[in-house]
Design a protein around this ligand. Structure first.
Ligand SMILES: [Zn+2]
Length: 176
């Protein structure tokens, strides 16, 4: 089945997820050029670096959000996810910012909400690109950096970028 091709990228997905989980990207107040603080901005930079490593075109929307884009077309199909996390809190058995696999499950702040789905979405663009799939719409993965504090990230992003013709949000449990 075509959809199963994403499993070919499993090792890269887990490596990239570990790298982005290591960034404690709790959205904070504005810090100079960074609307939600330096850590949230670092996560945006990391997502851009990951997408570009696989030859995917990207855009940084003033550190409010980023998108990765594949294909051409007037319409756009969009997956929206986010790179910020809520504070780690207490009660962890291991460091929340060091992803570990136990019993076949990944543990780390944000692995399901929402860094795992965000990283998988980037790899989906990569998989489609490498399979040579050409659609009739632009495909965009839009990753915000302030979902957990009120979503001003998306307000800013969509004040400058095309609204989705269609889309979905693989937040938290959806991706699991
Ligand atoms: Zn979420």
């Amino acid at each position: 089945m075509f959809g199963e091709k994403i499993l070919d990228y499993w090792d890269d997905i887990m490596k990239d997820l570990g790298d982005i989980v290591a960034i404690p990207s709790v959205a904070q107040p504005q810090d100079g050029p960074y609307p939600f603080g330096k850590d949230a901005a670092t996560a945006v930079d990391k997502a851009i670096e990951i997408a570009e490593r696989y030859g995917i075109k990207t855009k940084n929307s003033d550190y409010y959000a980023m998108h990765a884009e594949l294909g051409e077309g007037e319409e756009n199909a969009v997956v929206m996810a986010h790179l910020d996390v809520v504070p780690a809190g207490e009660g962890w058995d291991s460091d929340p910012y060091t992803m570990v696999i136990r019993d076949g499950k990944a543990f780390g702040r944000g692995v399901s909400d929402n860094k795992g789905p965000a990283i998988v979405a980037l790899h989906c663009l990569r998989a489609l690109k490498e399979a040579g799939v050409v659609g009739k719409r632009k495909l965009r993965v839009v990753l915000g950096s302030a979902e957990e504090i009120g979503m001003q990230d998306m307000g800013h992003y969509f004040s400058k970028e095309q609204m989705p013709t269609m889309g979905f949000t693989p937040d938290a449990c959806y991706g699991v």
